[in-house]
Design a protein around this ligand. Structure first.
Ligand code: SF4
Length: 67
């Protein structure tokens, strides 16, 4: 799994941090998303998928590796 976020379109809702706190954080000053781990371990994948689904700005992109 590989994740990207578009900080320019993030609306600072914070759902991503609730769903996957090991992968997402928010900037102290304005709440914009900070991607902590663009290639998270399998244990975090469900939370990341939920975050991408719930993000009101749809700025979390998830690419799944094909092996
Ligand atoms: S859920 Fe989406 S809009 Fe909200 S902080 Fe995370 S990336 Fe930004």
């Amino acid at each position: 799994m590989r994740i990207t976020v578009d900080q320019d379109r993030c609306v600072s809702a914070g759902h991503c941090v609730v769903s996957a706190p090991d992968v997402f954080d928010q900037r102290e000053e304005d709440g914009v998303v900070v991607l902590l781990d663009p290639r998270p371990p399998v244990a975090s994948h469900a939370g990341v998928s939920e975050a991408a689904l719930l993000c009101p700005a749809a700025v979390i992109r998830v690419a799944r590796a094909v092996s």
